[in-house]
Design a protein around this ligand. Structure first.
Ligand code: AMP
Ligand code: MG
Length: 330
């Protein structure tokens, strides 16, 4: 199969036609690129899992172009959570709610809930509207690979596996959406993201629980059952710049070709060493992190990422980096 890359209206129109005919295409969102299928068509949804090489027991998120469509795929919405929709939708927040029967088991991995998101990316929302149906989509990478934040990242994994990639440039947020379970009395973060627990708690004026321990039958958040975000080379998190330098020099001595990922403010301490600049401030670091991992695994054979912090969006970024490093620290 030939994989085309089209941007703008042309990509949207062709992509929507493919989805309406039961096919799968990649599309940009503000978080990461997604692999889209008609959420009402079980065969199309199966084709998404096939293209990704993903086990069917990991649910997909249902994407809508308009938050007013949420009742079309969910039921029994608890009004106390309405403020979340007003505050964060459209945007990088996925809400897990009880599902309507029109959403097939293939989408939800047989769960009675469905994860719903309304992307704020303009191309995404025009594309979903043009499809005219809710769009089931996971990230547009091969299972266990790093999520794509550019059309070229998608192409590397999906070349020959899907007919079309809609190119919408670089993803603005850069990591996957926050997944929040609102089926219970207390909202539970199943996956951290750019909308943080602190932001949610502030809007609700209520406690937000994080997911603790217990692995469920169908993994409610990625990375709990499967290794996610793994670069093709070794990767570690460095406690601080001194330990990053230490590790860098040790790898050099062993004949490796290491690279350090760090905040811009730390570059002056790393003169003469190979580095990738993650930028300034948490939002920019978040936007750049996957691109840096993609680039790092291409031009080096050992990635050292500095610890970016434990609060706010930096904590969400570190959630991904720690997975890329398989929990290894130096
Ligand atoms: P992806 O962003 O491609 O890794 O896949 C979507 C992710 O959304 C899944 O792996 C789940 O973590 C989450 N998700 C989607 N639907 C549900 C649901 N009904 N319950 C819990 N988590 C969900
Ligand atoms: Mg993913």
């Amino acid at each position: 199969m030939k994989t085309e890359i089209l941007s703008g209206k042309e990509g949207i129109i062709k992509g929507a036609a493919i989805v309406r005919a039961g096919g799968v295409v990649a599309f940009p969102t503000e978080t990461v690129y997604g692999l889209a299928a008609n959420a009402y068509n079980p065969d199309a949804v199966r084709a998404v899992f096939a293209a990704k090489g993903r086990p069917m027991d990991n649910p997909l998120i249902v994407h809508l172009s308009d938050k007013r469509d949420i009742p079309q795929v969910t039921r029994g919405f608890d009004r106390k959570y309405e403020a979340l929709i007003n505050a964060f939708m459209p945007g990088p927040l996925t809400l897990v709610m009880p599902r309507k029967e029109n959403i097939p088991d293939e989408v939800t991995a047989g769960l009675n809930t469905v994860g719903v998101r309304v992307p704020s990316n303009k191309t995404a929302s025009e594309f979903i509207a043009a499809c005219g149906v809710p769009i089931a989509a996971p990230s547009a990478n091969l299972s266990t690979r790093i999520s794509p934040t550019t059309a070229m990242h998608v192409y590397e994994d999906m070349k020959g596996r899907i007919p079309l990639i809609i190119d919408g440039g670089e993803c603005n947020v850069g990591i996957e959406s926050t997944v929040l379970d609102i089926t219970g009395d207390v909202p539970v973060v199943l996956r951290p993201g750019a909308v943080t627990a602190e932001m949610i708690a502030a809007v609700l004026g209520a406690d937000v629980k994080s997911h603790t321990g217990k692995v469920l039958a169908a993994a409610p958040a990625p990375g709990m059952k499967y290794k996610h975000y793994a670069p093709s080379c070794e990767c570690v998190v460095a406690e601080n710049i001194a330990s990053a330098i230490n590790c860098y020099e040790r790898q050099k001595e062993e004949g490796k070709d290491p690279i350090i990922l760090c905040r811009r403010e730390h570059l002056p301490q790393l003169i003469g060493k190979r580095c990738i600049d993650l930028g300034e401030g948490d939002a920019e670091v978040c936007r750049n992190v996957y691109s840096a991992l993609h680039r790092g695994e291409k031009i080096a054979d050992f990635i050292i990422c500095e610890d970016l912090g434990a609060s706010g969006v930096a904590a969400s970024v570190m959630n991904r980096v720690n997975k890329a490093a398989g929990g290894k620290r130096v």
